[in-house]
Write a protein that binds this ligand. Structure first.
Ligand SMILES: NC(=O)c1ccc[n+]([C@@H]2O[C@H](COP(=O)([O-])OP(=O)(O)OC[C@H]3O[C@@H](n4cnc5c(N)ncnc54)[C@H](O)[C@@H]3O)[C@@H](O)[C@H]2O)c1
Ligand SMILES: O=C(O)[C@H](O)COP(=O)(O)O
Length: 602
């Protein structure tokens, strides 16, 4: 293989802070790995991700805050964005406003439905949920629209746990009922005799952040605590002195059941007629999770049947619940209007947590709270950065080599690496190849959030293969190869012996290079655009083509010739900074030794 560098070769160093070299709608920002939220002094790992950068596209982004957010969060947002605080919008008003917004911040009171994403016309890039539960956001629709969803999962944990304990104690001692009775002029000391907590068994269903804080506090009250959570670690439970048990055992042995799981298809109405019938008679229920985890009509029946002695509820299937709701009006039920997260401290913490996440995401960075995108640890991203660029460019090249681009179905990506398979995270690379393959042939915007979905939608099957090599494991990858099967090519030389369009690339000195086209080895840096020519190998070819381009002041950045054997067929790859005119390309095609050529935009 002969390789010829022109003096005009661009500076090959790819600076980490340089956004300009990244694909147009993507940017990567590198920041400190640790951050401290004001609500807690625990450091959070901050992950970085490639996502849409609205700020770089359209100046200051607009953030719609659709529910009341703490001042500290608003102040933070205003430093970076135009902030529109519009509360109590109707669904129609939200849909109208959203097309003018890059980000939306909500609490649990706003439904972020499919219509919201559809109405945004592609502008909405981030939805921030100022709290934990994301059951009010249509995640599937967000993902399909390439919209990132972030939440604030830690700042209200303690507040929710404290509210759970407040409800537990208030219920056990009839505080709310007794309060109402005294205010009504009564003095009913015998009526409001309560039950003690000490020595009783409480079953915590959902041993996550809130559940484990409730468990810790219940232990402090002298209760015996069991927990059920199919995904929780037994070690973590043991450390707090909590026994993890099956769902059946938890509900059958508990005097109190406290719910702390998310609302999912699996937990929807998990407490129902059947499960109530398996509980200890006189059980007491606390729910600060989500109303939907209880079949509310079944709870009324269980209360009336004496299975459930009392319930204390902060959350409801429908919020606010109907005024004449039998459950809410039930004498043995204590209710609060979804106040779990409503402390001054938690609201300040949540506001800061979500503002940081939204601003970060709009800047092309992502906190570790993305709900619908894979996390790529910062150190992995730093290492993969040049390969991310290579991956997208190989995708772009490969798709432009296809003749008639509607029929791409099978794409095979091979990663050659000496790293152990579990030491190479290819999700970001696959997403970028998908972006490269799809964006040149459609109007779809592809990012890490929607890459897999978009590929599936288009019937594009991307398979990945790892090729173990013996080289040094210092760099994560030796090469990336993209093959498109069962298609014809507008540049026949791009078809490999096995019949697929094949392009392969490597990173050299931090710069993405094209190193193979079909069966021909080339070496051209992937910058600007590329002309590929197949020719009969002979002296003077580089000069002839170079002269045609030079006459039009098109700067050649890189040239290389890959050939099967001297004086046989060869492929010449020419990197150009400017796009040559049609006439120049025609003149190149008319050079007698050139058999075919193609111009590819990167
Ligand atoms: N009332 C409020 O204002 C308020 C405040 C904060 C949180 N919440 C709600 O509380 C719930 C818990 O919040 P979190 O921050 O602890 O979330 P989390 O994700 O930390 O914990 C949820 C736990 O539930 C477990 N889980 C999932 N499916 C389960 C199942 N079928 N059975 C048992 N456990 C299951 C998970 O493994 C996880 O450990 C969420 O629904 C959240 O929306 C409500
Ligand atoms: O999921 C949550 O974080 C809580 O339910 C709090 O919801 P809120 O932000 O509407 O108070």
């Amino acid at each position: 293989m002969a390789s010829f560098k022109t003096p005009a070769l661009k500076n090959p160093s790819l600076s980490l802070s340089s956004k300009s070299r990244l694909p147009s709608a993507f940017s990567v920002t590198f920041r400190d790995n640790l951050r401290f939220s004001r609500s807690s002094s625990r450091p959070h790992r901050r992950f970085l991700i490639v996502t849409a950068s609205s700020a770089s596209i359209s100046g200051k982004p607009t953030v719609l805050v659709a529910e009341k957010l703490g001042e500290a969060g608003l102040t933070l947002l205003k430093q970076f964005a135009n902030v529109d605080c519009s509360y109590n919008l109707s669904p129609e008003e939200l849909c109208t406003k959203i097309s003018l917004c890059d980000a939306l911040i909500v609490r649990s009171g706003t439904k972020v439905s499919r219509e919201v994403f559809e109405s945004s016309g592609g502008r909405l890039k981030v939805v921030g949920r100022a709290g934990v539960g994301i059951d009010n956001v249509d995640l599937a629709a967000a993902t399909e629209h390439g919209c990132l969803v972030v939440n604030a999962p830690t700042a209200n944990t303690v507040a929710a746990a404290e509210h759970g304990i407040a409800l537990l104690a208030a219920m056990a001692r009839n505080v709310a009922q007794a309060d109402a009775s005294v205010k009504a002029g009564k003095w009913q000391r015998n009526k409001y005799v309560g039950v003690s907590l000490v020595g009783k068994t409480i079953a915590v269903l959902g041993f996550g952040k809130v559940g484990s804080e409730v468990a810790r506090r219940a232990k402090g009250l002298g209760m015996h605590v069991v927990a059920h959570d199919p995904y929780a670690s037994a070690d973590r439970a043991r450390a707090i002195g909590v026994e993890l048990v099956s769902f059946e055992e938890a509900i059958a042995t508990a005097d109190f059941i406290s719910l702390h799981m998310p609302l999912t298809p699996a937990t929807n109405k998990i407490l129902n007629d059947e499960t109530f019938s398996k509980m200890k008679k006189g059980v007491r229920i606390i729910n600060v999770a989500r109303g939907g985890v209880i079949d509310e009509e079944a709870l009324v029946r269980a209360l009336d049947a004496g299975i459930v002695a009392q319930a204390a509820l902060d959350v409801f299937t429908e919020e606010p619940p109907k005024q004449d709701s039998q459950l809410v009006q039930h004498e043995r039920v204590t209710v609060t209007p979804h106040l779990g997260a409503s402390t001054m401290e938690a609201q300040e913490g949540v506001a800061i947590e979500i503002a940081e996440a939204v601003v970060g995401a709009l800047q092309g960075e992502l906190a570790a709270t993305a709900v619908n995108a894979p996390m790529v640890p910062a150190e992995v991203l730093t290492e993969l950065k040049p390969y991310v660029e290579l991956a997208e460019k190989l995708g772009r090249l490969a798709v432009q080599l296809v003749a008639g681009v509607s029929g791409i179905k099978n794409v095979k990506v091979s990663y050659a690496s000496s790293r152990a398979p579990d030491d190479l995270d290819t999700r970001l690379l696959r997403a970028m190849i998908t972006k490269g393959l799809i964006e040149p042939i459609s109007s779809v915007y592809v990012n890490l959030v929607n890459a897999d979905y978009t590929a599936k939608q288009r019937g594009l099957r991307i398979t990945e293969e790892r090729i173990m090599t013996d080289g040094s494991s210092e760099s994560p990858l030796e090469s990336i190869q993209v093959q498109i099967g069962n298609v014809e090519s507008k540049f026949a030389s791009a078809i490999s012996e096995s019949g697929e369009i094949k392009v392969e690339g490597r990173v050299k000195d931090g710069i993405a290079h094209l190193t193979k086209v079909g069966s021909f080895e080339v070496d051209v840096s992937l910058e600007g655009s590329i002309i590929l020519c197949r020719q009969v190998d002979q002296p003077g070819m580089i000069g002839k083509v170079g002269r045609i381009l030079g006459e039009e002041n098109v700067n050649v950045s890189f040239m290389s010739v890959g050939r099967i054997a001297p004086r046989k067929q060869a492929v010449m790859a020419i990197g150009v900074d400017e796009q040559p005119s049609k006439q120049s390309l025609q003149r190149i095609g008319q050079v007698p030794a050139i058999e075919e050529f193609v111009f590819l935009k990167l």
